[in-house]
Ligand binder design. Structure first.
Ligand code: FAD
Ligand code: MG
Ligand code: MG
Length: 324
C-alpha cells in the first residue's frame, strides 16, 4: 500500500573532528536513515581531512607547510571557510582570528607539549597573526609570513555541521539533529510537531548536567567555553580560547557563550569571538546582529540572554539565574 508510515528513528555516533559526533534522524525506513547518517559522517570526515591542522596533506597543513614560500591550491570548501574566517575577523574587531596557529602551537593546550610560555615567546608568536598576510587568488592560498600558521579550529566544526545537515536534507531527512561536540543543528521539528529541546551544558568543571533548555526548529546552537580544553599549572587554569590582543587565554568573567543562528559556521565563529569580547561588549555585539541570539554565562552563574530568545529559554538548574 502507499499509506504513509510512521517515521523511524535512527541514530549513530562517531569519534570525529577530535570530538564526539552524534546524528539522529527520523527517516522513512531504517535503511534510509542509516544511509543518510553514513553519508553525513562521510561529509564531516571530508571536512576534517581538508581542514585539520594535524592531518598530513590536508589543505590547511599544506598551506602551513608552504607559508612564506608558495601558494597552495585548495578545495573550494576550504576557500569558503577561510573567507568566512576573514569576514569574522573584520566584524569582530579582530577577536576572531584564523591565523592564531603560532600562539595555539606555543600554548599547546591539549597536546603533550602544553605549558605556560614566557612573555617573550608570546610577543614573538603574536607578530605572526596579522590577517593581512593571507592572500587568496583563484582557489590558491598563500601565507606571506613564513612563521604564520592557520588554524580553523574555531570555525570548521560549525561548517562541518552545516555540511552534514545539507547531506541529510538531500537524503530526504525532515527531522533530526547533528551534534559535533557542542555544535548542534536541529533539522525541522520532532515528528509530532514539537520543537527539539537542546540543553546548554553546565559550564562548571565536573558538572555534566544541562542547565538551560532551548527549543529549536531549523536552527543551530553552538557553545564555546573554558571548561573542556585546558590545563592547570601552578594552580592557574589555562584554556584554549586565545585573546589575540594578549596572546593568552581570554580572561573575562565568562565561562560559556552559546550562539543561536541559522548557520552552524556563524555560531561557531561568533561563540569564540564573543567569549573573547567578554560580557558587556559581547552582549551588545550580538544584540546588533540580525537573526542571531546568545546566552552568556558568567563565573558567578549569572545568565545573560539576548532579547530575541529571552522568553523561550528555560532554566532547569536553579543554581543559575537570569541576570538581565
Ligand atoms: P571554539 O571556541 O569553537 O574554538 C576554539 C578553538 O579555535 C581553539 O582550540 C583554537 O584552535 C582556535 N582558537 C582559539 N582562539 C581563537 C580565536 N580568538 N579566534 C579564532 N580561533 C581561535 N581535536 C583533537 O583533539 N584532535 C583532532 O584530531 C582534531 N581535529 C580537528 C579537525 C578539524 C577540522 C576541526 C575543526 C577540529 C578538530 N579538533 C581536533 C578540535 C579542535 O582542536 C578544537 O578543539 C575545536 O575545534 C574547538 O572547538 P570548540 O567548540 O571547543 O571551541
Ligand atoms: Mg568556535
Ligand atoms: Mg565551537
Amino acid at each position: 500500500s502507499t499509506e504513509p508510515k510512521e517515521p523511524v528513528q535512527v541514530e549513530d555516533d562517531q569519534s570525529i573532528l577530535g570530538t564526539f559526533g552524534q546524528i539522529r534522524v527520523f527517516a522513512a525506513s531504517e535503511k534510509k536513515g542509516i544511509k543518510a547518517i553514513e553519508a553525513a559522517f562521510k561529509r564531516i570526515q571530508y571536512v576534517e581531512d581538508t581542514m585539520s591542522t594535524s592531518v598530513n596533506d590536508s589543505d590547511v597543513h599544506q598551506i602551513n607547510q608552504a607559508a612564506g614560500e608558495a601558494s597552495v591550491k585548495v578545495a573550494p570548501e576550504t576557500i569558503k571557510v577561510i573567507e568566512a574566517g576573514i569576514k569574522y575577523h573584520q566584524i569582530t574587531g579582530g577577536r576572531f582570528n584564523i591565523l592564531l596557529g603560532s600562539l595555539i602551537e606555543l600554548w599547546g593546550i591539549g597536546k603533550p607539549h602544553q605549558k605556560v610560555p614566557t612573555d617573550v615567546e608570546i610577543d614573538e608568536a603574536r607578530k605572526h597573526i596579522d590577517i593581512q598576510q593571507i592572500e587568496i587568488t583563484n582557489n590558491k592560498v598563500h601565507l606571506k609570513d613564513s612563521d604564520m600558521l592557520m588554524d580553523l579550529g574555531g570555525i570548521a566544526k560549525g561548517y562541518a555541521v552545516d555540511e552534514a545537515v545539507k547531506v541529510l536534507k538531500d537524503h530526504g531527512v525532515k527531522s533530526g539533529f547533528v551534534n559535533m561536540g557542542g555544535d548542534v543543528y536541529a533539522i525541522g521539528s520532532k515528528p509530532d510537531g514539537s520543537p527539539w529541546y537542546i540543553g546548554v551544558q553546565n559550564p562548571i568543571i565536573g558538572a555534566n548536567n544541562s542547565i538551560i533548555r532551548v527549543p529549536l526548529v531549523d536552527r543551530s546552537i553552538v557553545t564555546s567555553g573554558d571548561y573542556e580544553r585546558y590545563f592547570v599549572e601552578n594552580g592557574e587554569r589555562y584554556h584554549h580560547i586565545i585573546d589575540p590582543a594578549t596572546g593568552k587565554p581570554s580572561r573575562k568573567q565568562l565561562v560559556s557563550v552559546t550562539i543561536l543562528s541559522d548557520k552552524g559556521m556563524d555560531g561557531d565563529a561568533l561563540s569564540t569571538a564573543v567569549f573573547v569580547m567578554g560580557l558587556e561588549e559581547g552582549l551588545a555585539f550580538i544584540e546588533a546582529q540580525e537573526g542571531i541570539d546568545a546566552i552568556l554565562i558568567t563565573k558567578d552563574k549569572e545568565v545573560y540572554v539576548t532579547t530575541g530568545i529571552k522568553d523561550q529559554i528555560e532554566i532547569i538548574d536553579n543554581q543559575f539565574k537570569i541576570a538581565n
